[in-house]
Design a binder for this molecule. Sequence first.
Ligand code: PA5
Length: 446
Amino acid sequence: MKENISINLRNAGAFVSQEEILALAQQSVRHLDSLNAGTGAGNDFTGWLTLHEDVVIQLDRIEKTARHLRSVSDTTVVIGIGGSYLGAKAVIEALSHTFSGLQKTKHHDILFAGQNICEDYLSELLDILEGRNYSIIVISKSGTTTEPAIAFRILRDHLEKKVGKAQAADRIIAITDASKGALKSLAELSGYDTFVIPDNIGGRYSVLTPVGLLPIAVAGFDIRNLVKGAQAICEVTRKNHNASSNPALLYAAARNLLLQTGRPVEILVGFTPKLHYFSEWWKQLYGESEGKDGRGILPASVDFTTDLHSLGQYIQEGQRILFETMISVGSPRHKLTIPKETDDSDQLNYLAGRRLSEVNRSAEAGTILAHNDGNIPVIRIMVPELDEFYCGQLIYFFELACAVSGYILDVNPFDQPGVEAYKKNMFALLNKPGFEEEGKKLREKI
Ligand code: PA5
């Protein structure tokens, strides 16, 4: 049996004591209880708690659809934004060959659209798709989000012109609400195969629904192991009332205590670029869940050692308003040692024969000590390796901890009312029917 991810609070201990963390974690058992009982704020959106059990019956169909898309195309464009984009992107980036786009071996490329409204991005994507035999997965829970809707209109038109309406319909999959929204009606009208995002799961908690699982399966990864990982960490967290052995409670407690000691910024740190988009997913999860009612910890992220040569200076010596959460990955997938040179002109022979991962681990340990010396607390999440199983663990762990943390902060971790503000203005400025008056007022202000 594989071991679980774990939390190491030793390098936060000089800033908040282990006793304080444990005490708040133990008090937070009541938040776990209200999540499980469905009695807390946003209780209509806690379906993700047992998702890894509920989704199992869909795995065959998801895998079958993935095989179909892989057999009829060499590329799949996944259209979606926010929670309908970041989970799949995070897992695919974590598990893929870093240079998969340049690999000569036959593989299926996953490209993303609808996560911005940039004309150049979509035009350049169309340039690439001219030479590709592609499919589309379009994802929107509401079915009305502007960014993916625009991208889908443009790409659908492109694909239909390229392969004909019937062929296009055979390679477009829509993932959306069971009954509501423009995407649902469009899918029905056009005969697209569809998957449902359950009503009781919000976008950023939806990675383990077809929203994340279908793109990840099309990319060629083992979604059963991903789900198993979530299941395994759920078993030691969701109903575990013993806070000292519940990493989700400890993490939620530690970060809230650090906030209370005057650190409103949390930086998620990875020592591998493979985690870059995992941090983006995490930022959305925590930012949208906690940032409301004038509260919340600002989630930021860095990739080390790259960013030790940019933001590293600020972290070491800037305003002491932050703490770090480091994802420490045990073993890399590959093995690479540093060669010996006879003349040692670059003076690196002291490293000859040693693995890059040893150097990276020393960089990590050195950074923790330096940042502790610079008065920065560091929480560590220990992950044995980056595979499907541990991606599943990280996803469930961070989701559960986020929900508990939101309850500690006394906010509803499952809504995102603030996201509407820019949309209203954008619609008004674009003269969307019904927004004309507001548009006039706004134009006077610009
Ligand atoms: O977490 C969320 O709910 C949001 O980030 C949504 O996922 C995002 O706004 C996209 O919404 P939709 O899937 O309805 O297009």
